[in-house]
Design a protein around this ligand. Structure first.
Ligand code: PMV
Length: 318
């Protein structure tokens, strides 16, 4: 039996971070230049029921039944088995690899769950449909994050941009990109827990509710306009919206000198617009670039100190 392989992209928030915590919409898109991959290979000579899990990137090599029930990889495989009422899987080895940086807002946990669930269900001869893959990955996200918004599993499963309002599963809406566009994702290399920037924005909002509500309203409006530009084939118009969104994030106090520096470098090198992405203070910035000067801007960001700069085309057929 040939090996069965499946892969899943990363994701990044394009517009609306922080305001989304206060009920405004946000937009997230898949990132194809990084991938999680799972390969299932039958091991006919291994003892019956042996399922070996190998994840060299995280130094894991174990039998499935040695892992705790709530280990995300074990929970994913068990989730697929439970769905089909299969008590035992034919002896196999599951190899998991990923180029998605972990804990950096790129959806690595969800992408791994999705790649594994797809590969295992295909191996069992019953490929799960996208709705089931997405809801299984959402259950696994709860083990990682407690109260996930549902964005990562949705963007990554359907491999489409998603417009979402937190806490409303029916308001997670995948939509089509009329014309592909290119993004650079520059990592400041500075670790910054999302929980602390979220807490600081809350303090600001508690101290000056009217001021912060006005920021959130403006960000919500920018996000709605961005969706319209993407759906109507005007991605070049996203640049000015990114700049406007970043200015509001700066006002909220979640940017940082390192982010502002990379954003300035990207704009000066010819990006159509740039902003921080995710929690802020560190982590990643994104820049909208034309294909003709993408590599040059990527180099400029690296020379300016970005630890890694990914290039990804949103809406390209993968
Ligand atoms: O970097 P990420 O993908 O974890 O995004 C954080 C987005 C925030 O709006 C800042 C927080 C949240 O829970 O939505």
């Amino acid at each position: 039996m040939p090996a069965i392989a499946s892969s899943a992209p990363g994701k990044i928030i394009l517009f609306g971070e922080h305001a989304v915590v206060y009920g405004r919409p946000a937009l997230a898109v898949p990132v194809h230049s990084v991938q999680a991959r799972a390969v299932v290979r039958a091991m006919p000579l291994a003892p019956q029921g042996s399922v070996q899990i190998e994840a060299p990137d995280i130094g894991l090599s174990a039998e499935l039944n040695e892992l705790p029930e709530d280990h995300p990889l074990a929970a994913t495989v068990h989730g697929v088995q439970k769905h089909f009422g299969v008590r035992r899987i034919p002896a196999c080895k599951i190899l998991i690899t990923s180029t998605i940086p972990v804990a950096s807002g790129l959806g690595s946990g969800a992408a791994v769950s999705i790649a594994v669930a797809r590969a295992v269900s295909n191996f069992l001869g019953h490929p799960l449909d996208d709705d089931r893959i997405s809801s299984l990955a959402f259950e696994i996200e709860k083990l990682h994050h407690g109260t996930p918004s549902g964005v990562d599993n949705t963007v990554i499963t359907y491999d489409l941009p998603v417009f979402f309002i937190k806490g409303s599963p029916n308001l997670i809406q995948p939509f089509h990109v009329a014309l592909p566009f290119t993004l650079l994702i520059g990592d400041t290399g500075i670790a910054s827990p999302t929980s602390s920037t979220v807490a600081d924005v809350r303090k600001g909002w508690e101290a000056e509710p009217a001021r912060f509500e006005a920021y959130f309203d403006q960000v919500g409006e920018i996000t709605r306009q961005a969706r319209e530009k993407i759906e109507t084939g005007q991605p070049e118009r996203l640049g000015e919206l990114m700049d406007a969104n970043h200015a509001l994030l700066e006002e909220m106090g979640v940017s940082s000198p390192a982010l502002d520096h990379l954003i300035r470098v990207a704009r000066e090198a010819g990006a159509l617009g740039a902003k921080l992405s995710g929690g802020g203070r560190g982590g990643n910035m994104i820049a909208l670039v034309g294909p003709e000067n993408a590599s040059r801007i990527q180099e400029a960001l690296k020379s300016a100190g970005a630890r890694q700069v990914l290039m990804t085309e949103v809406g390209a057929v993968s």
